[in-house]
Design a protein around this ligand. Structure first.
Ligand code: OAD
Length: 259
């Protein structure tokens, strides 16, 4: 994204302050949300005009009860999202985060996103708190399932070869628990880091939204990157207002500037 009247040039003083924190960080943890993928063309969930949950009912499309009520509708919606994923690419924000990993002594990337754009930008060992849109499993017995080309066009989900249950994407739905190992790793990282950068999340979906508060209680400084105010803005050591694809590359460059 290029600077525009709605998204002017990043504030140089705030960039310098954020770069200063990153330069001295011993352990940087980054928590991302849907906003980091917005400039790749993947709709966020809660943005007023474009958000998924503005147009679709999360209770129908992203809950076990919605899946039981209308498995075909849920299946077709996720197949469309999967198609979208195949036509998108990481944006400068994803690339900058991948490069940032090599610029600090210790780094962990935690995402709520179910896309693989961080990995495609080169990030390693990403902790996915909400699962993966391109992985599938049985809703009943949880056995993993490999999608066939025919499944992608189908009106109904395929059924499990082991138990006959419906296949679903391996993502976390409302009313469901997060994967325990991912949540444990994320919580441990939040307690151990000295800087947490929060990028493109509204900070309203728990337990992911708790991680910055956990980090702050353990002594970490927060950097909030978002076009809008978030629950973290007031508590952050630095808040950078704007799209992450526009802010993260100059932030990386600012690391090289003299203090
Ligand atoms: P939301 O849609 O709730 O919030 C997206 C955030 O991104 C908002 O704060 C926007 O201001 C910000 N944003 C928009 N464009 C941006 C840009 N170009 N750069 C940076 N930020 C931008 O998405 P999440 O916080 O990720 O859960 O939502 C959390 C969870 O709620 C999701 O993981 C999903 C959803 O229900 C599951 O699927 C389980």
């Amino acid at each position: 994204m290029t600077p525009s009247p709605t998204h002017p040039q990043p504030d140089p003083a705030a960039l310098r302050r954020a770069a200063g924190l990153l330069r001295h960080a011993q352990y940087l943890v980054v928590l991302t949300g849907a906003g980091v993928s917005a400039e790749s063309g993947i709709a966020t969930f809660r943005d007023a005009q474009t958000g998924q949950w503005t147009h679709f009912d999360p209770q129908q499309l992203a809950s076990p009860s919605g899946f039981r009520r209308d498995p075909g509708l849920v299946w077709r919606w996720y197949m469309e999202r999967l198609d979208t994923l195949h036509t998108t690419a990481p944006n400068p924000g994803h690339h900058a985060l991948a490069e940032l990993a090599g610029r600090v002594p210790r780094f962990t990337l935690i995402t709520q996103n179910v896309d693989d754009l961080h990995e495609r930008a080169g990030s390693k060992q990403v902790i996915h708190l909400h699962g993966n849109l391109a992985a599938f499993r049985c809703h009943t017995c949880r056995a993993p399932y490999t999608l066939t080309p025919g499944d992608r066009q189908a009106q109904m989900p395929p059924t499990c070869p082991h138990c006959g249950g419906y296949i679903r994407p391996d993502v976390v739905w409302f009313e469901e628990l997060l994967p325990a190992d991912a949540l444990d790793q994320a919580d441990t990282a939040a307690r151990a880091c000295d800087v947490m950068m929060i990028v493109g999340t509204s900070g309203v979906v728990f337990p992911a939204a708790q991680l910055p508060w956990t980090a702050q209680s353990a002594g970490a400084q927060l950097i909030d990157i978002n076009p809008d105010e978030t629950p973290y803005t007031d508590q952050a050591a630095v808040a950078l207002r704007g799209p992450s694809g526009l802010l993260l590359p100059p932030l990386l460059q600012a690391l090289d500037a003299p203090e």
